[in-house]
Each structure stands twice: as structure tokens, then as C-alpha cells.
Design a protein around this ligand. Structure first.
Ligand SMILES: NC(=O)c1ccc[n+]([C@@H]2O[C@H](COP(=O)([O-])OP(=O)(O)OC[C@H]3O[C@@H](n4cnc5c(N)ncnc54)[C@H](OP(=O)(O)O)[C@@H]3O)[C@@H](O)[C@H]2O)c1
Length: 312
């Protein structure tokens, strides 16, 4: 009991220190950019990681000027193991220690697996799963040795249920949720905390990267479920600082996650498959293959033929 109290009272974010840094992946846009802003706003140095160098440089300059913190950039493609190993080398070369690790970078493919691009599916698993596990295993030993550190892994409400139409993405985020819970259990009493942030829909570059329009994304999810990226980032950083296990921004998303978690799969999965916009597209294509008339368009001529035969 005493041990549990000690664990629960840990405040995860470190005091500002010139040789400490918060490593944020996927900081070039959306939720990651906002998380970096939240951390810099608390006086903490940030190391921004993604592929878009110009966007990262612009953000680093803005954060350093606005908050007077050290902000620098590491350009890395997280699908690539060598590129991920290089992040650790650059951190060492700069004489820094990672005190806060935010595994935020991620994207989703869309549509049925039977029509997917194999390379895109593999790139998603490498970014959303492999990179999270790799960076945790690189930076956790140092945190545990120093008895201080915090990890914030970004999953999704998609983690709480299978997601036909985004099957791989839902499974990737279920990995992040399960992995974060397990890490938290392992790190009890080490001074290192683990929090998993599970947003519902957020207006960012995410939909476009997945190949769906803003209008399609807005139609798929009711307006009351959308939470702005800034509010999601603040909830995540506050939750990490308060050593919370799971943060789901927005009441509607908490209810939806609980329903997804508890519903029998035999009921839930067909319902989700019926509603997912990317499956609607393919269902329409299947129903009307090129050169084949749809059944509805044959109804009128068939009726005329029956009438003609009956009256012949
Ligand atoms: N938006 C939503 O509705 C939503 C909901 C739930 C969970 N999430 C999760 O939130 C996280 C952030 O997404 P977001 O909504 O902020 O989308 P976003 O605006 O598209 O940001 C994605 C970030 O990930 C980076 N990234 C993607 N692939 C990468 C790679 N191979 N190597 C390095 N960086 C890579 C991108 O940077 P570069 O392109 O510059 O590399 C970008 O900074 C993701 O894990 C996503 O799954 C989003």
C-alpha cells in the first residue's frame, strides 16, 4: 500500500535543466507539434523528430524564441531502424539525456486489407509499433538508471476495439495501449512513469495522410467527438505530469472507448464494418464493377419485359 502511494504521487515532468530534453516524435505537425509547444511552455528543452526538416526547424526557432528554451531538430524516418539508432547517437553527441520520451509519430492506411498496398501496411506497422518499442528500449535504461523520466505514448480510441476499414491501424494502436500498460507495471517504483494518450478524432494532417478528405472524415465522426489538437496535447502532458495511466480527451470519446472495450466482438465488428467510410467506397465499387450495370438500373427494363411476356 505504501509502495502504491509512493508510485501514485510521482510528478513525472522534470525540473528544467540545460542537459535534459523531451524527445517528441512526429513534432512537425498536428498533435506532436502541440505537445512540443506544451513542454516548451513549461520551460523544458525539446528535441523535435520527424522527416519534414523545414517544418521542424521553423517550430524549433519559434519555441526557442517564445519560451526561451533549447529546441533542436533531428530529421529521421522512423520506418528505418538505422535512422532510429541515429537519433540516440545524435542525442549522445549533443551531450543530452532524454528525460521525457513522447512517441507520437504515426499514420493510418485506409480500406480493406484485401485491396491494400503491402509497402504502406508495413510502413505503418514500422512507424506506429516498431518505432515505439525501439525508442522505448533505447531510452528507458538511462531513465531507470537515473531513477527519473516519463514516457508518453500516443495510441488512439481505435486501440479499444477492432476497426474494419483500418484493421492494421486499430491493431497497431492496441499494441501501443497494451505495451504502455505493461511498461507501467514493469517500471513501478523506478521513478519512471508511462502514460498512454488515446485521442478520438482530431483535426490534423492525419486524415489527408490516410487519403481521406476533411469532408469524409467529418461525416464519419459526429462533431461532438472532435477535440482540437491543442486540447488533446494539453490533456496528454497534464496526464503525464500527474502520472495517469490512460488519458482519453473528451467525454464522448471516453464513453465510446468504454463501449468499444466492453461490447461483444460478434455485435460490434459487423456494425463498425457497415459504417466505416473507406469500406463504403469499396462496397460501391464491388456492387458496380466497371462495365456492369447496377441491379437497380436493370429493374425497369425487367419490369417492362415481364409486362410484355404476360400480355403476349
Ligand atoms: N488525428 C486524429 O484523428 C488522431 C486520432 C487518434 C490518434 N492519433 C494519433 O496521433 C498521432 C499524431 O497524429 P496527428 O493527428 O498529429 O497526424 P499528423 O498531423 O499527420 O502528424 C503525424 C506526424 O507523424 C510524423 N510521421 C509520420 N510518419 C513518420 C515517419 N516515417 N518518420 C518520422 N515521422 C513520421 C509526421 O511527420 P513527417 O511527415 O514530417 O515525417 C507528423 O509529424 C499519431 O500517432 C496518430 O495515430 C490521431
Amino acid at each position: 500500500m505504501l509502495q502504491w502511494r509512493t508510485y501514485a504521487r510521482v510528478m513525472a515532468l522534470p525540473a528544467p535543466n540545460p542537459d535534459r530534453t523531451c524527445l517528441v516524435t512526429g513534432a512537425s505537425s498536428g498533435i506532436g507539434e502541440e505537445i512540443a509547444g506544451q513542454l516548451a511552455g513549461r520551460g523544458l528543452g525539446v528535441t523535435l523528430v520527424a522527416r519534414s526538416e523545414a517544418k521542424l526547424q521553423a517550430l524549433a526557432e519559434q519555441l526557442a524564441t517564445r519560451h526561451g528554451v533549447r529546441a533542436e531538430v533531428i530529421v529521421a524516418d522512423l520506418t528505418d531502424e538505422t535512422s532510429r539508432n541515429r537519433i540516440a547517437e545524435v542525442i549522445d553527441d549533443r551531450g543530452l539525456q532524454v528525460n521525457v520520451l513522447v512517441n507520437n509519430a504515426g499514420f493510418s492506411t485506409m480500406g480493406p486489407v484485401s485491396r491494400s498496398d503491402p509497402a504502406a501496411e508495413v510502413a505503418m506497422v514500422r512507424t506506429d509499433v516498431e518505432a515505439v518499442a525501439h525508442l522505448c528500449s533505447i531510452f528507458l535504461p538511462g531513465m531507470v538508471e537515473r531513477r527519473s523520466g516519463a514516457v508518453l505514448n500516443v495510441a488512439s480510441t481505435a486501440a479499444f476495439q477492432p476497426l474494419p476499414g483500418q484493421a492494421g491501424y486499430g491493431a497497431c494502436k492496441a499494441f501501443v495501449l497494451s505495451y504502455s500498460h505493461a511498461l507501467r507495471g514493469e517500471l513501478r517504483s523506478t521513478g519512471v512513469t508511462v502514460t498512454v494518450l488515446c485521442p478520438g478524432p482530431v483535426e490534423t494532417g492525419f486524415a489527408k495522410a490516410a487519403g481521406i478528405s476533411d469532408a469524409e472524415a467529418a461525416e464519419a465522426m459526429p462533431r461532438f467527438m472532435w477535440v482540437p489538437a491543442g486540447a488533446v496535447a494539453k490533456a496528454g502532458v497534464d496526464g503525464m505530469d500527474a502520472n495517469r495511466a490512460v488519458v482519453i480527451p473528451g467525454m464522448a470519446n471516453r464513453v465510446s472507448a468504454a463501449a468499444g472495450w466492453l461490447s461483444p466482438r460478434s455485435v460490434l465488428v459487423p456494425m463498425v464494418a457497415k459504417r466505416h467510410p473507406s469500406l463504403h467506397k469499396w462496397a460501391a465499387v464491388r456492387a458496380a464493377p466497371a462495365g456492369c450495370p447496377r441491379l437497380s438500373s436493370l429493374r425497369a427494363p425487367l419490369r417492362r419485359l415481364r409486362f410484355a411476356l404476360c400480355n403476349a
